[in-house]
Write a protein that binds this ligand. Sequence first.
Ligand code: SAH
Ligand code: MG
Length: 206
Amino acid sequence: MRAHALAAKGFMPPDEGDALYDAAILAGRDLPGLPFVEVGSYCGRSTVWLGEAARQSHTVLFAVDHHRGSEENQAGWEHHDPTVVDPRIGRMDTLPIFRFTIYEAGLEDHVVAMVGQSPTIAAHWRTPASFVFIDGGHGDLPARLDYEGWASHVVMGGTLAIHDVFPDPADGGRPPYEQIFRPAVESGRFRLVSATGSLRILRRVD
Ligand code: SAH
Ligand code: MG
């Protein structure tokens, strides 16, 4: 599949994956010993870039997802894939595919799946992270809860990466821009470092 076709389906295009990897490598170099966190893994596409950066950095990536799909992945919605539905319960289950992806990539020692609701995991999370990537639910409420739950866990000097940021509504849904990117920058705690496609890399400065 061509890169733009992947992007249109909501999958991370290669240039964004490479930018994600490069940013994580820098975070791992500058802040050794701290883990990375990914919020929203789906079938593990972005996880492979981040997991490889974790391996190179001698650290681990905690990959948070309930694996039941976002609102926009459910039957009848644009991004629905019927092959990821568990027929026994009629609900999505991307965990088996995610596990296979990580196994195939040889990253099982560097990627730890955390299966559950992102706000629940965030509320009990206590470890500062050098790198947090938010690409979970893209509705207003899930996006806001991911910002509130995870931004504070980025250590000073660490990186907050946000996917599907579309400042122009013509390009895509607004919640990652309005509920994560803008509050992060307007809080004064994060400064924009780079933009690649819909990926934004921010550094914690306060
Ligand atoms: N980062 C992936 C794509 C993630 S798609 C990639 O680029 O390849 C968004 C994912 O967020 C879905 O798998 C969905 O299950 C997950 N998600 C949505 N809301 C969530 C929530 N509240 N808690 C945990 N995971 C959630
Ligand atoms: Mg995305």
